[in-house]
Each structure stands twice: as structure tokens, then as C-alpha cells.
Ligand binder design. Structure first.
Ligand code: TXA
Ligand code: MG
Length: 301
């Protein structure tokens, strides 16, 4: 795949928007770092983010929206969350809030969690793309898994060249550091990731730092999960893949992008079924399969 770099202007945004609506991820600058953005309502588009990054596991992704009003259609904001949003948006603040049932966000974005990270970015390129595509955009940093976050278009090209179609070049990012993440899901605000903003003081000293990316609660089914199953036993709900037919299938054609896109929905469906146990067909370890298998092993642990 050829990776084009276009300087940020109206034409570049029109092309990026066309790709986003076609389900392709696009690298775009924000005021923190470059993000690899995809339509957060399209599970396969989001799966392609993981494919491009060769990320070996699924983490919940931050969803970018144009303003607080758009954010409130996706998440539930209590008074403290709204106060922080009004003070710092647009800007380098991500708020983790309960996700609305009718939000229309693909479950791969939240990795099956009942909460969602939301951010209103200040950068004109990301803002323009949000307006042009009229979609909420899921975006992790635009680098291959394990390498450092990109603050220039050339960093993105070095890391993801040949794996994405377009990079919008907006020059060096202003902050150079990923957004501050604050959870407003309980009684007190909690600092999940330190960043460009010092929210600590504003949280009245009650904020407690958790290691970035270390999630206390990851979605796991409530039932036992058996992996690498070629067929179901009588009391099992079988999630199939490729040649292994099940009650449902991750992908009958063996497509790993489709499988990643359906994974969390099908785990929820299996959990809600009448069968007391869950079985899952073997998924190859290649490409996105590594991330799928990582998540399946956690679900089975
Ligand atoms: O500045 C930034 O935040 C950049 C730009 C592109 O916006 N994005 C970014 O995304 O740093 P990423 O994927 O590298 O980091 C997202 C982190 C995850 O590791 C996770 O810890 C946290 O956000 N996160 C997202 N949703 C969450 C949730 N529902 N609960 C807890 N943590 C969440
Ligand atoms: Mg990152």
C-alpha cells in the first residue's frame, strides 16, 4: 500500500474524510501527538487501526469529538466531568465516563468496557476532519506498537509507512505528549494518565495516579471460556471462525479484520446466551490474530 503525505489544507481534509467514510484509518495531527483516526462507529475500520499498528492486544481507544455537546451524546457527564470539560476543551484532556447505551460506538473501541475515553482536540486539522467526516473518531497514537509516539509526519511515515494510505502533515505537534486522562466514573475524579495538564490540584488532591494503560477492570465474560475448540460440547455456546461453524462466527471466511471487529460483541452475546459455558474456535496467531488471541486468553483466564 502506498502512503501519501499531504500538507494540511482543505483538499487534504476532503481526501482524509473520504478515506474515513470508506473505513480506512488516516494519520492526523492533534495538539498532543499524531493520531491514527478511524470511524468509531465502524468496527472494521477500528480493527484496521490495530492491524496497521500491529498492536498485540486490544486497549480501549480514545474517541475524539468536535465539542462537548457531541461528547454528551456518547458519554454520561456528571457535574465534575462537565466542569473539567468546559474548562479544558478543546484541549489535551481525555475524560473517561460511562458510555451511553445508544452511543452507536463499536464495542472494539471500548474493548467491551462500560466506560469510554472522550476528547475534544484543539488542533485545526483534527477539528476539520471531525467536521468533514461528521463521525466520532477513535484514535490512538499513530505509531507501530512498542515504538514512541509520533510528533511529526515523518515519524508516522517511518513507523507506519506502507501500512496506511494517508498522513496529513500539520508540522510538529505543539504539546508532544499524550493527553492527560481523568476518569469521572465514580465519586471522585481519578487521574489515569498524567499529561500536559495538571488536573491534580483541580481534583482537590483526591486524584490518585494509576499507571497508564493499566486498567483495573477489563471486560471478561462471567462464564468459563474454552479456547481452540473444534466443536461445541452440549452445554457450550460456540464462537466459530473460518471452517469451524458455531452458534455465531467471528468470520466465516476467516478474515481477521472482521473477526477483530466482531470479537467483543460476540463475547457479550455468548455471555448472555442460555448455555453455561463458552467455547471459541482456533484463531491463527498471524497479524491481527495475535491481538485477538491475547484478548481471548484474558477472557479465558
Ligand atoms: O493525546 C492523546 O491522547 C492521543 C491523541 C491521538 O489524542 N491518543 C492516545 O491514545 O494517546 P492511546 O491509545 O495511545 O492511549 C489511550 C489510553 C489507553 O491506553 C487507556 O489507558 C486509556 O486511554 N483509556 C481509553 N479508554 C479508557 C477507558 N474506558 N477506561 C480507562 N482508560 C481508558
Ligand atoms: Mg500510544
Amino acid at each position: 500500500m502506498e502512503t501519501r503525505i499531504l500538507p494540511f489544507d482543505d483538499d487534504a481534509i476532503a481526501e482524509a474524510s473520504r478515506l474515513i467514510l470508506a473505513g480506512e484509518p488516516v494519520a492526523v495531527p492533534t495538539e498532543t501527538v499524531y493520531g491514527l483516526a478511524a470511524d468509531a462507529t465502524n468496527a472494521e475500520a477500528v480493527a484496521r487501526i490495530y492491524e496497521a499498528k500491529r498492536r498485540p492486544s486490544f486497549n480501549p481507544l480514545i474517541v475524539h469529538v468536535r465539542d462537548l455537546e457531541a461528547a454528551r451524546k456518547i458519554g454520561v457527564f456528571d457535574d465534575s466531568a462537565r466542569t473539567l470539560a468546559e474548562r479544558h476543551w478543546p484541549g489535551p484532556l481525555t475524560l473517561v465516563v460511562p458510555v451511553r447505551k445508544d452511543a452507536g460506538i463499536a464495542s472494539i473501541v471500548t474493548a467491551g468496557l462500560p466506560t469510554i475515553g472522550l476528547r475534544v482536540p484543539a488542533h485545526p486539522a483534527m477539528q476539520a476532519l471531525l467536521r468533514a467526516s461528521a463521525r466520532p473518531l477513535a484514535a490512538p497514537s499513530a505509531n507501530a506498537s512498542g515504538s514512541i509516539s509520533p510528533t511529526r509526519a515523518t515519524h508516522v511515515l517511518k513507523s507506519l509507512g506502507g501500512r496506511i494510505r494517508l498522513i496529513i502533515d500539520g508540522g510538529a505537534t505543539e504539546r508532544g505528549l499524550e493527553s492527560t486522562i481523568v476518569a469521572a466514573t465514580g465519586v471522585t475524579l481519578r487521574l489515569l494518565r498524567p499529561g500536559p495538564l495538571s488536573i491534580n490540584a483541580e481534583a482537590g488532591g483526591s486524584a490518585k495516579i494509576e499507571a497508564p494503560g493499566q486498567l483495573a477492570s477489563h471486560y471478561a465474560p462471567s462464564k468459563p471460556v474454552r479456547l481452540n475448540s473444534g466443536s461445541a460440547q452440549a452445554d457450550e455456546f460456540l464462537i466459530g471462525f473460518a471452517d469451524v461453524d458455531g452458534d455465531v462466527s467471528l468470520s466465516a471466511s476467516g478474515d481477521l479484520v472482521e473477526a477483530a471487529a466482531r470479537l467483543f460483541d460476540l463475547l457479550h452475546e455468548a455471555d448472555a446466551s442460555e448455555k453455561p459455558r463458552i467455547a471459541v474456535a482456533p484463531v491463527p496467531e498471524s497479524g491481527l490474530g495475535a491481538a485477538i488471541n491475547d484478548r481471548l486468553r484474558r477472557a479465558a483466564a
